[in-house]
Design a protein around this ligand. Structure first.
Ligand code: ZN
Length: 264
C-alpha cells in the first residue's frame, strides 16, 4: 500500500471506503472496498471523497457519510472486519478509520469555533477565520509483555471479554518519554518493576487514533498487585497454560507470541 496525499490521484480505477459514525458500510455483496461512488454520501465537514492510498494500480478514497443517511446494507465495526482481512488490508482500513474519526471530530476549529474545510495541499482541516490548521491526531501508546521466571505477565482489563488476557498498555503522557511510560504503566497497573526493555515494533491502532509501540521487558522485582481500576486480574503464564488471547492481527498478540518463544 502506498500512502498518498490528496493531490496525487492518477490511477485508472478507484475504489471507495464509506464510513458512518466510525463504522464501515458494506455494499449488497458485502464488500467494504466499493467500486461505485455513492451519490448519497453527503460528507460531514468534507466536500469530496478524500484520496488516502493506492492499492496496486487503484486509488482508494474515503468518504464519510452523513449520519442522517439511512444505509440499506450491512454496517460493521472496523475491529470486527479486520479479523478477516490481510495485513495490507488491515493497514488500509486502519488508515481510513483514523482519518474518518479525525474528519468527524474536527469539523469545527478548536481555536475559534468556526467551520473547518479540507486543506488544499495537506491532510489538514483548515479554518479560514483564524488560519489555524488541525492535522490528524495520533496518540502514542506503549504496549509491553513482561518476561519473568514464571512465564509472561498478562492482564485482564476491565473492558475485555471474560477470560481474555493481554499485554499491558497505556498512553504516553505529556512530557514523558516512551521508556518512562513503559515503566510507569506496568508499575501503576500491576505493581511490578522492570529491568531491561527491548523495543520490537509498532502498529497503528485506529480505535480511535493510537500508535502502539511494542516492547518486551525483563522482570526485575515486585509481586503482582492489580490496580483494580483498569486491570482486575493479572498473572504469569507459560506456553502450555495460556488464557484466551487477543486476535492475531493485533500487536498485542504478536508480542505475546514472540515473548513465548523464550519458554519453548
Ligand atoms: Zn479558527
Amino acid at each position: 500500500m502506498k500512502i498518498k496525499s490528496h493531490r496525487e490521484a492518477n490511477s485508472i480505477t478507484s475504489r471507495y471506503i464509506y464510513m458512518q459514525n466510525g463504522e464501515v458500510l458494506l455494499d449488497a455483496q458485502q464488500n467494504w472496498l466499493q467500486h461505485l461512488p455513492l451519490a448519497l454520501a453527503h460528507s460531514a465537514g468534507q466536500q469530496r471523497p478524500l484520496l488516502i492510498a493506492s492499492l496496486g494500480d487503484e486509488d482508494i478514497y474515503l468518504h464519510t457519510v452523513c449520519h442522517s443517511v439511512n444505509w440499506s446494507h450491512e454496517v460493521v465495526h472496523g475491529r470486527e472486519l479486520m479479523a478477516s482481512l490481510s495485513e495490507l488490508e488491515v493497514d488500509l482500513l486502519s488508515r481510513a478509520l483514523q482519518l474518518s474519526h479525525w474528519l468527524r471530530d474536527h469539523q469545527y476549529c478548536g481555536r475559534c469555533g468556526a467551520h473547518t474545510q479540507l486543506h488544499k495541499q495537506d491532510y489538514g482541516l483548515y479554518c479560514k477565520a483564524c488560519e489555524h490548521t488541525q492535522y490528524p491526531r495520533i496518540s502514542p501508546c506503549i504496549i509491553v509483555v513482561v518476561k519473568g521466571p514464571k512465564g509472561i505477565l498478562l492482564a485482564h482489563n476491565t473492558r475485555f471479554p471474560e477470560g481474555r488476557y493481554s499485554a499491558l498498555a497505556g498512553f504516553v503522557e505529556a512530557g514523558e518519554n516512551i521508556e518512562a511510560a513503559v515503566h510507569r504503566e506496568v508499575y501503576e497497573e500491576v505493581g511490578v518493576k522492570l529491568g531491561k526493555l527491548t523495543y520490537l515494533y509498532s502498529q497503528s491502532w485506529s480505535f480511535p487514533h493510537s500508535l502502539m509501540m511494542g516492547f518486551l521487558a525483563e522482570y526485575d522485582s515486585g509481586e503482582i498487585q492489580v490496580d483494580g481500576v483498569e486491570i482486575d486480574a493479572a498473572d504469569w503464564f507459560m506456553p502450555n497454560d495460556l488464557p484466551q488471547l487477543p486476535p492475531s492481527f493485533s500487536i498485542a498478540r504478536q508480542l505475546i507470541d514472540t515473548a513465548l518463544e523464550a519458554y519453548s
